[in-house]
Design a protein around this ligand. Structure first.
Ligand SMILES: [Fe+2]
Length: 194
């Protein structure tokens, strides 16, 4: 058997419904509520209040059955709900790939942004339907919903990349993204405040 075949995943057709934000066949589904985002929003008091008042779903991720193992190429659709916590736009936890591998995000619907941080420099890609954001190896990445509708994007990533969420908790993402009259604005990163 060729080295490039990783049993038991066969060649497959995956149906992608951009409007519904679904992938068929569907694999694992992940839901992140406000309580799962501890230590990430700047205003801890506002975060505490949001957790106590309904603990809303901030984002969810649906994936296909392609496994997260080396040499496979998993895909997922993330939906970030619109909202802010003390003015800071709702976002994903953000992560670094321990193996420093690249990834692409394709905007599907809504208005979002891709915030990247290499430990020194930050980068921002305005994400809209049809835009591909490229995440080079070594850049931590977080997605932010800067609009008033759910923001959906498709991710395609190396199965062996891994997800290091602790790196972001420790190092931040370089900047924070807030709602403003102009839509969104950036503030230098600072740790969560009580
Ligand atoms: Fe990633």
């Amino acid at each position: 058997m060729s080295d490039f075949i990783t049993p038991p995943v066969p060649p497959m057709t995956i149906h992608f419904d951009a409007q519904a934000g679904t992938l068929t066949p569907e694999g694992p589904v992940l839901e992140r509520r406000m309580s799962d985002l501890e230590g990430l929003f700047a205003d801890k008091g506002a975060w505490d209040e949001a957790v106590a008042n309904g603990n809303p779903v901030v984002y969810s991720v649906v994936s296909t059955p392609v496994p997260e193992v080396d040499r496979e190429l998993p895909q997922s659709i993330t939906t970030i709900e619109p909202g802010t916590t003390a003015g800071e736009f709702w976002m994903t936890k953000g992560h670094q790939h321990p193996n420093h591998q690249g990834e692409i995000y394709l905007g599907i619907s809504g208005q979002g942004g891709l915030l990247m941080f290499d430990g020194e420099n930050t980068s921002w890609v305005d994400m809209a339907p049809g835009v591909i954001g490229y995440i080079p190896p070594g850049w931590a990445h977080r997605s932010v919903n800067v609009g008033s509708e759910p923001y959906k994007f498709l991710a395609v990533y190396p199965g062996g990349a891994g997800h290091d969420y602790g790196w972001v908790l420790e190092n931040g993402m370089g900047q924070r993204v807030y709602s403003s009259d102009a839509g969104h604005e950036f503030a230098p990163f600072f740790a969560a405040q009580a």
